[in-house]
Design a protein around this ligand. Structure first.
Ligand code: ZN
Length: 195
């Protein structure tokens, strides 16, 4: 199976993922593929449901550069333990390419997660890493950054969103995107293997 980045308004982006119970060679292969896709699309983070996987994990690299491997991080079953302050900055999303808007987030967050080796991570994040973690954990709950926009901000990107909606409907009609019930059944099957 080759992964690809799934665009708004595909229903998998509204899937709330359950924690993963099983990490194996196949999952490590999928994570490596997620990093590849993220770099290919010049992203700084990618959540599993953005590539059609109903797993509670995301990959990130604030450097957006495959050569800075030391800043790569896999977050498995991430939980925001606490957050402080507020910060506003522009965000985009590989699932809604070309759409950008300012989003209000916590300024700093404390994240608990696991890495691929099963080590528990307790990270105090600020700046871009804090924003990436909050954006990606939102994905795992089926939330997109456009859900956090004020009505006036949303109005500014409405035309672009309509284009994505139109494209989704066309692909659904041609069968390139399967019917919603089939997508739901696929997600359930993938979930059964690992959660
Ligand atoms: Zn995103």
């Amino acid at each position: 199976m080759s992964l690809q980045v799934i665009h708004y308004p595909h229903p998998v982006l509204r899937h709330r993922s359950k924690p993963i119970k099983k990490v194996d060679a196949e999952l490590r292969r999928l994570v490596a593929e997620m990093f590849n896709l993220m770099y290919e699309h010049e992203g700084v983070g990618l959540a599993a449901n953005q590539v059609g996987l109903p797993y509670r994990l995301f990959v990130a690299n604030p450097q957006a550069d495959r050569d800075s491997e030391e800043t790569e991080q896999v977050f498995i079953n991430p939980v925001i333990r606490s957050g402080k302050g507020l910060a506003e900055a522009e965000e985009g999303c590989l699932s809604i390419p070309g759409v950008h808007a300012h989003v209000l987030r916590k300024d700093t967050v404390q994240i608990q997660a696991y890495d691929l080796a099963g080590n528990e991570l307790n990270l105090d994040l600020d700046e871009l890493p804090a924003r990436i973690a909050q954006h990606e954990i939102d994905h795992l709950d089926g939330v997109l950054f456009i859900d956090r926009l004020a009505p006036a901000q949303l109005a500014e990107v409405r035309d672009q969103l309509t284009d994505f909606e139109f494209e989704f409907r066309s692909k659904s009609e041609t069968g390139e995107i399967p019917p919603e019930a089939q997508i739901a059944a696929q997600l359930e099957e993938l979930e059964r293997l690992r959660t």
